[in-house]
Design a protein around this ligand. Structure first.
Ligand SMILES: Nc1ncnc2c1ncn2[C@@H]1O[C@H](COP(=O)(O)OP(=O)(O)O)[C@@H](O)[C@H]1O
Ligand SMILES: [Mg+2]
Length: 245
């Protein structure tokens, strides 16, 4: 039950002015049972598409995706309540003027009583060390602080699975480290795409995506090495990309 399984999944989209759809992800099958899973690969390789399959934001064109027992097409509501999704840009996620209001908003469905909701929001914000920032305008916070608030708002409802799409892209070193430690301490199963190879090396399992295909699946150190080799090979094909002799 506590696994994510992709069974013969592919993703295609229609292209304007063309009869043939574009394939974003080629047919693949995977069972993910590890607690920490990293997804790495070049821009446009298909990482976000893969992550979005996990909460039904993208639906498979073929095959099935089952997350902790629920099919992402036939049980999308349950899937969405089990899967917390944190986007790269926290401002696309934080919709309320302050972090506290945002955390309370995400608790609206699960806690009907407003006093209880406020108490739970306080506890969640405290757990992440965010109480001092909770009542400031989100526009006055740094990117890292916003990212942590977005994470707190998603974790407030205690999802079984946490999906993070390049969560450290906007963060400085200190906030990146804070995010890294926060993620390390979570009970949830975490699936994360990242360009941050230190973060990738913390994972129990790494998938390397290249042009819509999973070209490596295994140990983090070997996955990062494969990704570096792919980058080097791609650069060698460019006239300007050759390493200096
Ligand atoms: N809805 C869509 N329609 C057409 N092309 C898309 C759509 N979503 C993503 N793509 C394309 O699919 C490829 C993979 O995108 P994405 O999964 O966002 O890659 P990554 O997250 O690795 O940068 C890219 O070439 C992107 O432009
Ligand atoms: Mg992406």
């Amino acid at each position: 039950m506590n696994s994510i399984s992709f069974s013969r999944v592919s993703v295609r989209v229609a292209v304007d002015g063309s009869d043939t759809p574009k394939t974003l992800l080629h047919d693949f099958s995977l069972d993910l049972v590890e607690r920490r899973i990293g997804v790495i690969g070049a821009n446009g390789s298909g990482k976000s598409t893969l992550l979005r399959l996990l909460n039904g934001l993208v639906q498979p064109g073929g095959g099935t995706v089952v997350v902790h027992g629920d099919d992402t097409v036939t049980a999308v509501r349950r899937v969405r309540s089990n899967v917390g999704f944190v986007f790269t840009d926290p401002l696309s996620q934080l919709v309320m003027p302050t972090g506290r209001e945002d955390v309370e908003l995400s608790l609206r469905r699960s806690i009907k009583n407003s006093k209880e909701r406020a108490a739970r929001a306080e506890a969640v914000l405290g757990r992440f060390g965010l109480l001092d920032l909770a009542d400031q305008s989100i526009y006055e916070l740094s990117g890292g602080e916003r990212q942590l608030l977005a994470l707190a708002a998603v974790l407030a409802v205690n999802p079984k699975v946490l999906v993070l799409d390049e969560p450290s892209t906007l963060l400085d070193l200190r906030n990146r480290e804070l995010l890294r430690r926060t993620v390390a301490g979570l009970d949830q199963q975490v699936i994360m795409s990242t360009h941050d190879l230190d973060l990738a090396l913390d994972m129990d399992r790494v998938l390397v995506v290249e042009s819509g295909r999973i070209v490596f699946d295994g140990d983090a150190a070997a996955g990062v090495a494969r990704y570096r080799a792919l980058c080097a090979a791609a650069l060698d094909e460019l006239p300007m990309g050759k390493a200096p002799q």
